[in-house]
Design a protein around this ligand. Sequence first.
Ligand code: MTE
Length: 327
Amino acid sequence: MLVRTRRADDPQPSEITPRLLHEHRRSVLKAAAAGLAAWSASTIVDAAAATGESSGSPGATRLQARTSALSTMERPTPYKDVVGYNNFYEFGTDKDDPAAYAGSLRVRPWTVTVEGEVARPRVFDIDELLRLAPLEERIYRLRCVEGWSMVIPWIGYSFAELMKRVEPTAKARYVEFVTLADAGQMPGLRSSVLAWPYVEGLRIDEAAHPLTLLTLGLYGEVLPKQNGAPVRIIVPWKYGFKSGKSLVRIRFVEKQPQTSWNLAAPQEYGFYSNVNPQVNHPRWSQATERRIGEDGFLQRKRPTLMFNGYADQVASLYAGMDLRKAF
Ligand code: MTE
């Protein structure tokens, strides 16, 4: 087992791009000039410009967002990899299938129904969700259970913002995230590789944690279809599959939801699925990861960090639990 220290998570000086800092300063000046007084205390970034990456979707709607202290300082994975190497089984199981086939996904009109154990059940239109709370850019690592990772400048706001609006009742102990299942738009539904719709779940305190991001964009633009347009969840301390794409229904429930991956292979994919280098997947190690975009013969794998580097923020959620059993 690898010995990990806090140092492993520290950014290398080379990982902080001078361009990023420069662009942040420029954005502040631009925002001030535009008279955005309420935002003046924080920087406003256009992530794509800030990282020097050009967007691959020329027609995409741009989003402006504040920077967030919850971001990692690691260098973001190149845009082309973020939108070209995906898991979205509704469009096929190969990594390049979502980019090739998700064009058929219709993202307008789009609503998300929030229901169950809430005092104020509501149907949110996607444009309402885009305005519900100030957008933040959160640069998070996405660590897939398959052993690869990326660093992605997501855009959204804490899921807790939405929770405030619907007021979960005392009976709400879990949240179920249900994603679109429409065979007319999603060719992958012909395969029975998973039970459709794709369903994921969180305990209510996990959902309410400020790190849990209701995600509407990445790299300064609205979410590309292959990344789960128009709205998904991102839970950065859990394996990527907990982050359901193209959400249509969010249900607050009393009992632990049955999730698609847990149903497909219960011995391999548990409900919690926290990134944990000490608990291996039954068929492979989880101790290290390959950073997408850094491939090469001599490229060394990186050590995987407990809770994907967010142990200080989230370990207390699991105090007293045996994470080998609650995997
Ligand atoms: N959501 C849906 N609806 N369908 C999927 O197949 N795959 C999951 C997750 N969300 C998946 C999904 C998995 S396994 C991963 S690793 C991440 O999405 C990948 O997100 P990305 O393609 O944006 O990197």
